[in-house]
Design a protein around this ligand. Structure first.
Ligand code: NAP
Length: 302
């Protein structure tokens, strides 16, 4: 298949590109800059110049492909307006979906599991908690899955919050390490028993490829290798590597310590299962667990 990938230069998207190429697919990658175009060309990827804010350009990319993966995202460092970032994402997926309508081509879009069913194990069939629907990004998934009724083989890959692995410079694990370094302690909230699911970047990439190849229209897929890693275990692993004290914080202390986008998330208990995803797509995560990956040391190089 020839797959158009938006976000092809990103942490997640570049792994998806490599997985697609290694599995014999061709990739057309969206590049918004000369630097991104160069990086794609070096990786053996055909370049489609454009921007997620340019619907006509996105449609032209999709028109040239047998399927589309959307793993692009305006980064918080570019704009802190999360509603504007979500709107841009929604407009982009609507444009791509309009091009794919009636073709039955695959359209695999990125979403997440965090906060959809706090305190319960989220499955692929659990309705999303209405309180989580205030998240500005959830309408993107809803729009994409609704395209299944318009002749698009659309699916949502819901990533675990910690997509860990080499090259993770801006994900949750690197952010937690950065905060621990800056504050001189590695922290968790309360007893630290709240759970975050995890997935290795390379295992997540395999799931995107399987979704392109064979997910049914409207599938919700969980890129979750570990159902729930207690937050305290993450803090312990970071503290061990940095040789820093590991401390418990109250909720009020945590909102100051983790100031920024992580503050409301660090106390979430948000386990998620991937049993249905594994069964339906024969997905079998094979890469190191989150704590093993932190202990391996690459997060602390350089
Ligand atoms: N990383 C994680 O741990 C994690 C965890 C859960 C969910 N996710 C989700 O996974 C998705 C990808 O995350 P990531 O970590 O791979 O992000 P990333 O490394 O920041 O990559 C973002 C990608 O989007 C592209 N992009 C950004 N703005 C663009 C624009 N205006 N036009 C065209 N392309 C644009 C970037 O291109 P440039 O190279 O040109 O900047 C890059 O290819 C996001 O939806 C994120 O929320 C990530």
């Amino acid at each position: 298949m020839r797959v158009f990938v938006a976000g092809a230069t990103g942490y997640v998207g570049s792994a998806v590109v490599r997985e697609l190429l290694e599995s014999g697919h061709d990739v057309l990658g969206l590049a918004r800059s000369e630097a991104s175009a160069d990086a794609l060309a070096k990786a053996g990827v055909e370049v489609h110049r454009g921007d997620i804010d340019d619907p006509a350009g996105l449609r032209a990319g999709a028109a040239k492909a047998d399927g589309v993966v959307f793993a692009a995202n305006k980064h918080i460092s570019e704009t802190t307006d999360s509603a504007a970032r979500a709107r841009a994402e929604l407009n982009a997926v609507e444009a791509l979906g309009a091009e794919l309508a009636g073709t039955d081509r695959p359209f695999v879009v990125t979403s997440g599991v965090l906060g959809r069913a706090p305190g319960r194990v989220l499955t692929e069939t659990t309705p999303t908690d209405p309180s989580a629907l205030t998240s500005p990004r959830l309408p993107v998934e809803q729009a994409v899955l609704a395209m299944a009724g318009r002749g698009v083989r659309s699916s949502s890959v819901r990533l675990a919050p910690t997509v860990h692995g080499r090259g993770d410079a801006r994900g949750f694990v690197s952010a937690l390490i950065g905060i621990a370094r800056a504050k001189g302690v590695s922290a968790f909230v309360g007893d630290g028993a709240n759970r975050w699911p995890a997935v290795h970047r390379l295992d997540a990439a395999v799931l995107y490829r399987l979704a392109v190849e064979s997910a049914v229209a409207g599938a919700r897929l969980h890129a979750v290798a570990e159902e729930g890693v207690p937050f305290r275990d993450i803090a312990d692993a970071i503290g061990r590597r940095l040789e820093l004290p590991v401390v418990s914080l109250t909720a009020a202390e945590a909102s100051e310590h983790f100031a920024g986008f992580l503050a409301p998330l660090v106390s979430l208990d948000s386990p998620a299962s991937s049993a249905l995803t594994r069964e339906r797509l024969s997905w079998s995560p094979a890469h190191p667990t989150l704590v093993a990956d932190i202990e391996e040391g690459h997060y602390f190089e350089g």
